[in-house]
Design a protein around this ligand. Structure first.
Ligand code: ACM
Length: 676
């Protein structure tokens, strides 16, 4: 009861804080109390003074903090000049699951003080501080505030699939920097797939030599990534997906396969037959040596062994495997995979690693030290927790599916409706956003990860219940800019892609269209054509982002308009619609005789027509003119037609058009309107 009350009080504080102050924080802290006044950043800048015992990552991050603050304010941050920001830390933190990440931050008009048990907490405090920095006509300031913060869940991850498309080291590092800015602490590195074996293996060099087309991380690069992540307080957990999803292992290691082959790296996407042979001692000898090497390379205590989507094709077709199953009384492929997992677990234990795997690995006779990674459904997570296993949620956080941030934000690892007992709830470690890479390359992967993953990060860090969706989006748009300060190219990479498509540097009309269009959701893109790793993914759809920024802005404004009917908001909305309406003329000039834009032209026309239609309805809403049911039905048919996907893209404006239509429909009147 007391816990509930504190919770509510915290929420009330947060809520009053938001309305009074419009905090631009993401994730929102556990508790935030606004005070009067502000700490002004003067022309002599600020300095950070570190006190106590800490790891070298603290001075590095203090410098990183000052660099970003300097860039934002354009003020040189000279050493030992300007006002002091005091950072007090008790001890050096260890980048491992469950480490203390809490901090306290106090800002008064004269002082900024950070206190934390470990440097990890202090680093997060500096990230919060950067998000707090605001500007007005006088310059930059930090509002006076007291924050006490700690994460709700200890496992807050982003998974990057470098198997399907290789992601160079600088892409990984940029994502690490962005992760730290929103307090994520696990980089789950999916390193092997049917389409690529992406890590240098010294024991079995044929694995990367024959399994990667030359695109793999050397061990030096892996060490560099781990060290870089450590400095940002982020764990790196590798995944070696097995026994399925292993086509790319087999050209270099056919002796561990369940069928003789020959094998080549897979170019298509889907679920394939190549599977390790769980009945052969050769497989385990091989994996023992493999994991010995990898365990020494990756310091994290967890090792992810995948375990998902084994279709059993090769096992069913192999008489020796069938014979083995009969002899051992193994009834089906699920049991055979459990047999494999048990052997694998022994190997990992020998090399001092804890095992994690996708929810298919769950089998009640595996020891409770393993972690279940729920992707097929949250029920697998709950079931694991009920049976004594720790688990991490990814179901609902699949950012490769191009759903809006709203959808992911609604997913909570421990919703209020949970049936888990307090004891079982403790086993829910947190969540991870998986960035599967069938349809992303190094050019657009960041635009699919950010800023949406910041909303997931808030889910995993901040107290439940979450903030209202509109406020989440408002903050997400600010965070998107803040992430650019860390070097993230989620917005920036779109421009060169667009120039390449346009064949000219005049991309303004394309930009406007991209900011209003989104890739179609779910697995629908795979339905429209058979993608392979040969596809360059450089079409217009690959430039668009889920949560199209202008469409979001329009939606948020519309919410405000519906509430207030204010003329300012009306004018603002109408201007946006007019801009979209007029854009097609300009677009058509660039698209003329440009075959790359032919498929996009109908989308540009649809946007213009949808905007024009919406503008008419908006005007009716503003002036209180209603449509008869019949006219509304006609209008709806028009909207539905204009909302149809074009070249694997959608126009989210259509949803807002439908909302407005509903508001201007006089459901009691079926007579045709006389005003036409
Ligand atoms: C998965 O998405 N196959 C884990």
């Amino acid at each position: 009861m007391i816990k509930k009350l504190t919770f509510l009080l915290t929420l009330m504080l947060v809520v009053t804080g938001i309305s009074a102050q419009q905090w631009n924080l993401m994730p929102m802290p556990k508790s935030i109390e606004a005070a009067d006044g502000a700490y002004r950043i003067q022309s002599e800048g600020v300095t950070v003074t570190l006190q106590g015992n800490y790891h070298q990552r603290l001075p590095m991050n203090a410098a990183w903090f000052l660099t970003r603050l300097g860039k934002r304010t354009t003020i040189p941050m000279l050493p030992k000049q300007g006002k002091e920001i005091v950072v007090k830390v008790n001890r050096a933190g260890t980048v491992k699951l469950g480490e203390n990440e809490s901090y306290q931050l106090k800002v008064t008009p004269t002082e900024v003080t950070i206190e934390a048990e470990t440097d990890l907490g202090a680093i997060y405090a500096m990230e919060t501080l950067l998000q707090l920095v605001n500007r007005d006509a006088q310059g930059f300031y930090i509002p006076a505030v007291t924050i006490a913060d700690s994460p709700r869940f200890p496992w807050r991850g982003l998974m990057i699939d470098a198997g399907r498309h290789f992601m160079p080291v600088d892409v990984i590092k940029r994502n690490i920097d962005a992760m730290a800015a929103v307090k994520l602490n696990v980089l789950h590195f999916h390193l092997t797939e049917d389409q690529g074996f992406r890590i240098e293996c010294k024991t079995f060099p044929k694995l990367h030599q024959l399994g990667s087309n030359g695109e793999y991380y050397t061990q030096e690069q892996i060490k560099e990534i781990i060290a870089y992540a450590n400095l940002r307080g982020i764990r790196v957990m590798p995944e070696f997906d097995m026994p399925g999803h292993t086509t790319a292992w087999m050209p270099g290691a056919p002796e561990i396969a369940s069928a003789p082959g020959p094998y080549e790296i897979e170019k298509r996407f889907g679920v394939f037959g190549a599977t390790m042979n769980p009945t052969s001692e050769k497989t385990y000898k091989f994996l023992d040596k493999f994991f010995k090497e990898m365990a020494a390379l990756f310091p994290d205590e967890y090792m992810h062994i995948g375990g998902d989507e084994n279709n059993g094709e090769q096992w069913n077709a192999n008489p020796a495997i069938q014979k083995f199953m009969k002899e051992k009384g193994i009834k089906d492929n699920h049991q055979l995979q459990a047999h494999f997992n048990k052997r694998l677990l022994k190997i990992l234990q020998k090399h001092k690693k804890k095992m994690m795997g996708w929810d298919e690995i769950f089998q009640p006779d595996l020891p409770q030290s393993i972690v279940i990674h729920s992707w097929r459904g949250r029920q697998y997570m709950d079931e694991a927790a009920q049976k004594g296993y720790q688990s991490v949620l990814s179901n609902g956080y699949y950012i490769d599916l191009s759903f809006n941030a709203r959808k992911h934000y609604m997913v909570d690892p421990l919703p209020d409706t949970t049936h888990l007992t307090a004891e079982q709830q403790k086993r829910i470690l947190g969540g991870e956003a998986p960035m599967w890479a069938e349809l992303v390359t190094l050019e657009n992967v960041e635009s699919r990860i950010w800023p949406r993953t910041a909303a997931i990060a808030e889910r995993l860090w901040s107290p439940n219940p979450a903030a209202p969706i509109d406020d989440m989006y408002r903050r997400l748009m600010v965070v998107s800019q803040r992430l650019e300060e860390t070097g993230s190219r989620h917005m920036a990479n779109r421009e060169p892609m667009m120039r390449r498509l346009a064949g000219t540097s005049n991309i303004q009309p394309l930009m406007l269209l991209t900011n209003a269009a989104e890739p179609i959701e779910g697995y629908k893109r795979h339905g429209s054509q058979k993608y392979t790793t040969y596809h360059p993914l450089s079409r217009f759809v690959d430039v668009t982002m889920p949560d199209a920024p202008d469409a979001i802005e329009f939606s948020l404004l519309l919410n405000r308009f519906i509430e207030s009917k204010s003329s300012d908001t009306y004018v603002e909305l109408s201007k946006m619609l007019t801009r979209w309406e007029m854009n097609h003329q300009q677009f058509a000039v660039i698209a003329k005789e440009n075959p790359l834009l032919t498929e996009v032209e109908p989308l540009s026309i649809n946007l213009a027509m949808l905007a024009a239609t919406t503008n008419v309805m908006l005007k009716q809403l503003y002036y209180g003119k209603m449509l008869t049911k019949d006219d509304a039905a006609k209008m709806e048919r028009v909207i539905i037609e204009l909302a149809k996907p074009v070249a694997e893209m959608n126009l989210p404006l259509a949803d807002d058009a439908k909302r407005i239509l509903e508001l201007v429909t006089d459901s009691t009147n079926t007579l045709p309107s006389t005003e036409e």
